[in-house]
Design a protein around this ligand. Sequence first.
Ligand code: PMP
Length: 357
Amino acid sequence: MRVYNFAPGPAMLPGEVMEKAREEFLDYAGTGMSVVELSHRSKDYEAVVERTEALLREVMGIPDNYKVIFVQGGATMQFSAVPMNLRRNGKADYVDSGNFARLALEEARKFVDVHVAASSREDKYVHVPELDPRGFDPDADYFHFTTNNTIYGTCFPSLPDTGNVPLIADMSSNILSQPYDVTKFGLIYAGAQKNLASAGMAVVILREDLLERCSDQLPVLIDYRTYVKSKSLYNTPPSFTIYLAMLTLERLRSLGGVPAVYERNQKKARHIYEFLDRSRAFRPLADKASRSLMNVTFALPDEELNDRFVKEAAKSGLTNLKGHRVAGGMRASIYNAMPLEGAQALVEFMSDFEKKL
Ligand code: PMP
């Protein structure tokens, strides 16, 4: 039986994508081989990478002066790769808005002088910090922030104005969930295991002029130019993950692209938040103005009830609702693949649970 899986990542993928992958698993496109058996140097596999890139460009509206690369090592590797590739004078602005934002800035400290341009750490990250350009360093090599904070369930409602300083975004937990104007960014990266594919890869979208900053001293698989020059095929890529991304992007396009999916995502999140706002027992954990459409965090009055809720929900086919240990409570991750019915089933379960208290 398939469950509604509310995990933060690896997360639910669309059923149609998995069906399609299963259907052609033993014989990909008439090759007589599985996609996982194809040489990455074959024309058939090159076509997979090209198509994945083309679809991503189409659904995100990525202009020609941006490169798209597929990189192993997940989003965490980008915590290192961004400062290593983009440093120039040796200082960068970072926004401290949650656990991963913090990890990114701690890692960057090994390579650049990090200036924390805004932080909500003192408020335990229940909201995103205000992004006031007066607090930004106009001479920073770049400005890094996390669009959606997976653990705390917060999201920036708008983009910061960083002037000529390139804006870098970790978009791991909300890429493709809402429209973003790519031209506002110098670089976007995202781990694949939420809205795109299985784990093992990050997609990096970067403005081509930033490649001039890369130095010849960089390790070959950190250097963005390696991936650009080889079309992400310098060495053996995470071939199945790229293939799954292709299927997910095809499906996204068939649903009407990012704007259509955004509307669905708003509907799903609204359904849960509206319940939380009128509930007697459950309370939302993130401040209203910072609420995420992808990760909804909430809690009951005490730990024992939280535990009971998570266990009973799992028995009813609503799994992985336990919040991250640093945030406590519960978290429902409702990425693109979660159907509205999943959000409705959750609210129904919460409502019944509350009635029995
Ligand atoms: N950034 C964000 C916003 C995340 O949610 C995560 C993972 N949940 C990461 C970075 C780290 O990703 P990875 O495990 O792919 O390195």
